[in-house]
Design a protein around this ligand. Structure first.
Ligand code: PRP
Ligand code: 7HP
Length: 186
C-alpha cells in the first residue's frame, strides 16, 4: 500500500457491488424517463463513469465544478461555481452525482442553486456520506456508504489534488494532513 495510506476503507469489489446496486435502484426509479445526470467535478468523475455504465436507462450528462474556500481537507462554507452547466435544466429530471457529503455545505449550495433553475425534479446521489461532520442537513436520495470521520482518498477523491487515481477507497494517514491549519478541530 502507498506509504501515506493508513488502511483500505473499501475494496474495488465492495465499491463495484454497491455501485451496481445503486444503478439498479436508480434505473428502476427513473424507468421510462431520460434524466440528466450532473456530475460534480472533480471528485465524482470515476463514480459517475462507473454508475452510468451500470444503468439500464438512457441518461444525459452534464458537469458542474465548484470550489470551496478553505484548506485542502476542510470546507469553509462559501461555494463558488468554477464551471457551470452547459445547458438549461428547466423542466428536466436532474440527478446530482457527488463523491462525498461531509459538512453538507457544497450540496446544500448546489441543491438551492439548481432548484432555482426550475428542474422537473432534483435528486441527489452520493457515493460516500460522512454524517458525523454535517453542518447543514441535506436530503440524500441515493447513498453508497456511510463512513466514519476519516479522510478518504482514491476512486476520484483527492487530498491536495493527489491520490485520485487509486482504485480503492483508502484512509489517508492523519499525519499527512495534520499540519493543515484548518484541520485543527479534527
Ligand atoms: C469535495 C467533495 C465534495 C465536497 C464535500 O470537493 O468532492 O464536493 O468536498 O464537502 P462538504 O460536504 O463539506 O461541502 P472538493 O472541494 O475537495 O473538490 P474536488 O471534488 O474537486 O476534489
Ligand atoms: C471532502 C473530502 N475529500 C476527500 N476525502 C474526504 O474525506 C473529504 N471530506 N470532504
Amino acid at each position: 500500500m502507498h506509504p501515506h495510506m493508513q488502511r483500505v476503507l473499501l475494496t474495488e469489489e465492495e465499491i463495484r457491488n454497491r455501485v451496481s446496486a445503486l444503478a439498479r435502484e436508480i434505473s428502476a426509479d427513473y424507468e421510462g424517463r431520460e434524466p440528466l445526470l450532473v456530475g460534480v467535478l472533480k471528485g465524482a468523475f470515476i463514480f459517475l463513469a462507473d454508475l452510468v455504465r451500470s444503468l439500464t436507462i438512457p441518461v444525459r450528462l452534464d458537469f458542474i465544478a465548484v470550489s470551496s474556500y478553505g484548506g485542502a481537507s476542510e470546507t469553509s462554507g462559501a461555494v463558488r461555481i468554477l464551471k457551470d452547466l452547459d445547458q438549461s435544466i428547466e423542466g428536466l429530471h436532474v440527478l446530482l452525482v457527488e463523491d462525498i457529503v461531509d459538512t453538507g455545505l457544497t450540496l446544500n449550495y448546489l441543491r438551492e442553486n439548481l432548484l432555482a433553475r426550475g428542474p422537473a425534479s432534483l435528486k441527489i446521489c452520493t457515493l460516500l456520506d460522512k454524517p458525523s461532520r454535517r453542518r447543514v442537513e441535506v436530503k440524500v436520495d441515493y447513498n453508497g456508504f456511510v463512513i466514519p470521520d476519516e479522510f478518504i482518498v482514491g476512486y476520484g477523491l483527492d487530498y491536495n489534488g493527489s491520490y485520485r487515481h487509486f482504485r480503492e477507497l483508502l484512509v489517508l494517514k492523519r499525519e499527512i494532513y495534520a499540519g493543515e491549519k484548518a484541520c485543527g478541530g479534527r
